[in-house]
Design a protein around this ligand. Sequence first.
Ligand code: MRU
Length: 346
Amino acid sequence: MTFRTIEWKEGTVVLIDQTKLPDEEVLIECKDYLAVARAIKELKIRGAPAIGVAAAMGVALGAKAIDTDNREEFIDELSLICNVLLETRPTAINLFWAIERMLALVKAQKHLDVKGLKGLLEIEALKICEDDIAINRQIGINGKVFIMENNTILTHCNAGALATAGFGTALGIIRAAWAENKSIKVFAGETRPLLQGARLTAWELVKDNIPITLITDNMVGYFMKKQMIDLVIVGADRIAGNGDVANKIGTYTVAVLAKEHGIPFYVAAPISTLDLTLKSGEEIPIEMRDESEVTHVGGKRMTPKGVKVLNPAFDVTPNALVTAIITERGVAINPYSDSLKGLKEG
Ligand code: MRU
């Protein structure tokens, strides 16, 4: 893939507007942190690792515009900026992880002046971005062993280059297997309501010439029963200490079906997606989004006005349904409380 999901260019944040894909490949230029916060909230940039990168760049952008030479004043204003960014999306832990990392850096550099801090924040945001690509490549290396010749892999939502700084987590593993000339096929669930599978995963894989078949979410059981799916690989928005996985709504359904059909269910995620402060997935906050995402498709209303709608953006897959969690530091298996802790501590 030749495009960059997000870039720092001459003091602005440039990102590909994912709400316009696949029809239009439009770049948006965020000149201030509020524009970055809006882009995250409106899913112009989405996917847990990409949200983390955008937030870090948003912090660096906000810092640049703070008009003071006083260190204390600078830190106070920076905290307000971070609070705005933190309010954008509640489930993806990478948002909180990236902002905490930026703030911790400032607090640790006790003797640096404001100019020095601004420069440091910019360098750190770029590092988070570049590191993410390297991490995804390593997840690809660690995960490709689970894909055998002639396998068909089901994925849900988009855990690809678009959901990260580049290469992808779940799609990174698929890309790594494909690069080894393994003959593989991908089934992508369309992922209602916002169609990240149909719009984004399909766009990425078609671009890369990786064989992809698009199915609607409710076809998964049909194809599993027909033995047309060999394994499932998905991404994650937050993984609790016991290995429960929050990911795009519908993931849990896919995992239950995989269990029923004896199909391995893998989760691919960077260490930054682990939230070991949470004992179980019950504690993961689930984002509820606007009902118009369900009532409308492509701007057209599909339902009678006044119908009651619920729109949770994520669900939690219990650890018992997860065959393994593939990270850049290695692969965790049940009991996850031990294996995840071991990986996090490195
Ligand atoms: O609402 P989205 O599009 O941000 O949801 C994205 C997902 O659920 C992804 O699967 C997850 O963030 C992992 S991306 C590597």
